[in-house]
Design a protein around this ligand. Structure first.
Ligand SMILES: Cc1cc2nc3c(=O)[nH]c(=O)nc-3n(C[C@H](O)[C@H](O)[C@H](O)COP(=O)(O)OP(=O)(O)OC[C@H]3O[C@@H](n4cnc5c(N)ncnc54)[C@H](O)[C@@H]3O)c2cc1C
Length: 424
């Protein structure tokens, strides 16, 4: 039996003890924890599906993870256990079909490849030697003495991992991110996250437009009406909060707004093409990296697991440009690149595109959170409870676990525990 808190002074009963906004990894984790503690939680989700930025897309036929794919730092990631409990297999085998580097669609010259290899590792070397205790630096400044050319090459890998330009990444925040072994979920990480949502009271197609926290509890406006509860846990991405998609009444406190100002969103995006028929002599799972221009890196995984699909990904301003240009332009751009790499016949073999442009998606507004230089404390600041009844959680508040599904899950659990502490 669920114990409901009374709303002191309220003229009507609350629909739930806690309203959780967003049914991604953080929202699902918070709702499970509240349910286990005997609290009634309702999860309101804007999309018509569960999982948020963990999404296994099968619109092309062969499924692929359009958002999160790796269970990072598996040694301490809660998803290893969740997958085990649900009987979902994980794997430490990558596609592993080989790797080739290109410059403008042609195999990169040896000398340039050597130069790239030499530049890599410079970030880690600097992080070990530069003293960041006194002041934070951007990753760009961390590499400043390498000179503009090498510095850009050294930081270009961050476009594919952090999804952001190096002058917008705090070196301290980057330094504290957890690392470890990566696992894959062959049946789809997004499918796994969605499955974990089963059994919760999740209401789809319910974009929240306003949260009032001026009364005794909270009231939350959705297209189906207003719901009341004693507290709410807000797990929408930072990009959505920054865009003002949810009105807060009264407005968020200055400290929370300041925290939001210290966190941006990267723009990592994938572009998947369905490629049927010919394999063009390419072994399944091979990866091509276009690196002719350090600011416009594009990694392409070809026919992973022998599927009729190629999955490209890119980040930073290049990804923003493609996201704004839309799926037709992205398809043409990637097909042009592939025809230089493989030959013009690939044009005929491309039969479909899936382009999850997270940067322009109104329910994410970017791939994941990135602290601006000097602002690495913003994550903790954002997680500070507001008025004892509004709790912001999600990957952005996950400290060293930020930017990941595992981190979002831990942050969701932490918010649920904080709600219980305050209201029990
Ligand atoms: C391309 C890409 C690759 C990635 N790769 C990895 C990876 O390999 N491994 C990894 O661990 N992580 C990866 N990530 C990051 C990972 O997907 C996220 O960190 C994680 O899924 C975030 O979970 P969350 O619950 O914090 O947010 P979300 O999953 O974004 O959940 C928030 C939910 O809120 C909903 N919402 C938004 N606005 C409203 C509203 N107004 N009202 C109601 N609901 C709303 C959204 O629809 C969403 O479902 C990747 C992300 C991207 C984009």
């Amino acid at each position: 039996m669920t114990a409901s808190w009374a709303l002191p002074g309220a003229g009507h009963a609350a629909e739930a003890d806690v309203i959780v906004i967003g049914a991604g990894a953080a929202g699902i984790a918070a709702a499970h924890q509240l349910k286990a503690a005997g609290r009634k939680a309702i999860v309101l989700e804007a999309r018509g599906r569960v999982g948020g930025r963990a999404f296994t897309d099968s619109s092309l036929g062969p499924a692929y993870d359009a958002g999160a794919m790796f269970i990072h730092w598996a040694e301490r990631n809660p998803w290893v256990q969740i997958a085990r409990d649900l009987g979902v297999a994980t794997s430490d085998e990558s596609w592993g079909g080989g790797f080739q580097v290109f410059a403008d669609g042609k195999p990169m010259a040896d000398a340039d490849r050597q130069k790239r290899r030499g530049a890599f590792g410079q970030i880690d070397r600097r992080l070990e030697t530069v003293d960041l205790k006194q002041r934070d630096l951007s990753v760009k400044d961390l590499l400043g003495d390498l000179g503009p050319d090498l510095s850009q090459i050294a930081s270009s890998g961050l476009l594919l991992s952090i999804g952001e330009e190096s002058d917008r990444i705090s070196a301290r925040d980057y330094q504290r991110l957890w690392s470890g072994d990566d696992l894959l979920v062959p049946s789809g990480y997004g499918n796994l996250v969605a499955r974990h949502g089963a059994g919760l009271d999740i209401r789809l197609n319910q974009p929240v437009s306003e949260i009032r926290w001026d009364g005794p509890g909270v009231s939350v406006a959705t297209p189906s009406g207003t719901l009341r509860a004693n507290a709410c846990i807000v797990t929408v991405p930072v990009g959505v909060l920054k865009a003002g998609a949810i009105r807060f009444t009264p407005e968020l406190p200055a400290r929370t707004r300041d925290a939001l100002g210290g966190i941006g969103m990267g723009a990592l995006t994938k572009i998947a093409l369905k490629v049927e028929g010919d394999r063009f002599g390419i072994s399944p799972g091979m990866s091509f990296l276009e690196a002719g221009s350090a600011g416009r890196l594009m990694n392409v995984d070809l026919f992973p697991d022998g599927k009729d699909i190629v999955i490209a990904y890119c980040g930073g301003d290049y990804a923003r440009e493609l996201s704004l240009a839309g799926p037709d332009a992205a398809r043409d751009h990637l097909t042009d690149l592939l025809s230089k790499m493989i030959g013009a016949d690939i044009r005929k073999a491309v039969t479909g595109i899936s382009f999850p442009a997270w940067w322009t998606d109104p329910f994410s507004r970017g791939s994941y959170s990135v602290c601006l230089p000097g602002r690495e404390a913003a994550r903790e600041q954002l997680a500070e409870p507001i008025g004892g009844r509004v709790f912001i959680a999600g990957e952005a508040t996950a400290g060293g676990g930020a930017m990941t599904v595992g981190g979002a899950t831990l942050a969701g659990r932490a918010a649920a525990a904080a709600v219980a502490r305050i209201k029990a």
